[in-house]
Design a protein around this ligand. Sequence first.
Ligand SMILES: CC(=O)CC(=O)C(=O)O
Ligand SMILES: [Mg+2]
Length: 218
Amino acid sequence: MAARNVERFWEWGRKIVCVGRNYADHAKELGNAVPAEPVLFLKPPSAYVREGAPILLPGYCSELHHEVELGVVIGKAGTAIPQAAAMHHVAGYALCLDMTARDVQERCKSRGLPWTLAKAFNTSCPVSDFVPKEKIPDPGNIRLWLKVNEQLRQDGSTSQMIFSIPYLISYISDVISLEEGDLILTGTPKGVSSVQEHDELQAGIEDVVTMTFRVASR
Ligand SMILES: CC(=O)CC(=O)C(=O)O
Ligand SMILES: [Mg+2]
């Protein structure tokens, strides 16, 4: 069998581990408490969508939100990885959107139900090209931005994250072993807002990588 290339991690069928409420200003804008420990949820590999294909509005959602996030691509498997060794397990990064059916999430929250329908639907994880680790020497201090129809909606820095990337890798891998090709979404800064059919979303990690997606109905 030909060796698989981590640069095409989205084709591997590996898990996507997402961190919620990792930026205090975003937790605040949604009226959520700032967490004492990371809030985790999962997306399946079927959530991936690549540039050229649309983000599909789930039929049961009336308020689809964008969340721009730094994605961390795992290059070396591990369980209970110590923080000091965490960055040795990183192959690189990707620009990601954590598309969220916000109305559905609010209903789930009020009923104490899991967020699966709100977070894990097909095309809920638009993802950029792979960014090799060397291109982002300080992932804890880099700008993330997102425009909808050319209007800037999100503009934050990973320096605002509550839990650092090494802490997240250590925390997650203590509970869920990380494998090569897994992706960690590290949370979103403030400015999330709803998108409609035909909207154009442009996002970037500083000027390192950008991507553009359109929203379409199913
Ligand atoms: C409230 C959320 O949807 C949490 C989340 O995904 C985040 O990035 O924060
Ligand atoms: Mg998110």
